[in-house]
Structure formats: C-alpha cells, structure tokens
Write a protein that binds this ligand. Sequence first.
Ligand code: HEC
Length: 163
Amino acid sequence: MRKGEKGILVGLVAFAIVAMGVKFFTKPDGTREGDFDLPFYSTAEKDIEKHAGLVLRQYKCRECHTLWGTRDAMQAVPSPPLDGIGSLKTEAWLYEYLSARDPQSMIPSRLKARFRMPSYADMPEDDRRALARYLASLKVKDWYLETAKKTEYEKLTGEDYRP
Ligand code: HEC
C-alpha cells in the first residue's frame, strides 16, 4: 500500500470508530455528553491492568464477552458485557464467581451448555484475584448506569427490563 492510501485507510477507520461511539453511547434521552465521552472507565492500577489483560487474553474471555466495546468478531454468544461490571458487582462477588465450580449456581443460565460461563476454579489463584480486582475496577458513569443494568438483565434473562 502507498503512503497516501494508508493515510486514507487510517482516516476511514478513525471515522468509523467515532461514528460507532456516537451511535452506541448516546444517552437514553437522546442527548450526548460529547463525542468522546465513553460511559465506561477503569480505576485499576497499572500492574493489575497488565496482569488481568494477559489472563483475559489467555482464557479468551472476549470470545463471549464485550470489553471496551469490542469482542472477537466471529462470536455471537449473547452474554453480558464486562464493561461497567464493577458498578454492578463487587470484587468479592467476582472472585467467588470466577472460583465457582458451578458458576450457574450463582447466575442461572438460559443458554445451551457450550455457550454458558465456564468454571475457572482451576485457574491459578493469583490470576483469579487479579481478574476479580480488574473487573471490579471497570465502572460505568452515572448517566449510563440504568442502561448498563438493563443490558445485563436482558442478556441474562432474555426478557425485557422493567425497573
Ligand atoms: C463460552 C462463553 C464464555 C466465556 C469463554 C467466558 N464467559 Fe463469562 N459468561 C458467559 C455467559 C453466557 C454468562 C452469563 C451467565 C451464563 O449464562 O452462564 C457469563 C457471565 C459472566 C460474568 C457475570 C456477568 C454479570 O453481568 O453478572 C462475568 C463477570 C464473566 N462472565 C467473566 C468472564 C471472564 C473474566 C472470562 C474469561 C476468564 C469469561 N467470562 C469467559 C459466557 C462466557
């Protein structure tokens, strides 16, 4: 590819990302906080973020879950996004869930066995701790909290959310 073509491609990709952000993250009342104001943020320390990042990749969590708005493109498991999960669940709960032999005893599944949340009870303990800590740091901004709850509820139950 020539230099000029590369520039055009980069421009197009950047435009597509901005357009998606604007579309996906418009407030429920239709107004916007600003084009780059993502509703999600993390309060994680750098070392936890790095450790958890490796674990997330190793165990391919993105095959089923969206994180930072992305997931593996070929997968279509209707599981809840991990973005904002730290505003919905505590670190202790997340650690317990990741350590459960039977995660479905904590969250019942509506899906076929192969799409359900697998047990990570055999994952090394420090990896589970880092992961729980990182997930707990994934927060959602107040203006998006109701939407995040609604999305989680609808993914987990397959039913409409009525607060
Ligand atoms: C095979 C698909 C699959 C993989 C891989 C997977 N999950 Fe899940 N996960 C699910 C599904 C589906 C649910 C919803 C509960 C259910 O149906 O079992 C879920 C639920 C969760 C929840 C609870 C979400 C909520 O809103 O309460 C967390 C946290 C979670 N997964 C984290 C992870 C992490 C971290 C990894 C990687 C280590 C991972 N998952 C890998 C499918 C998956």
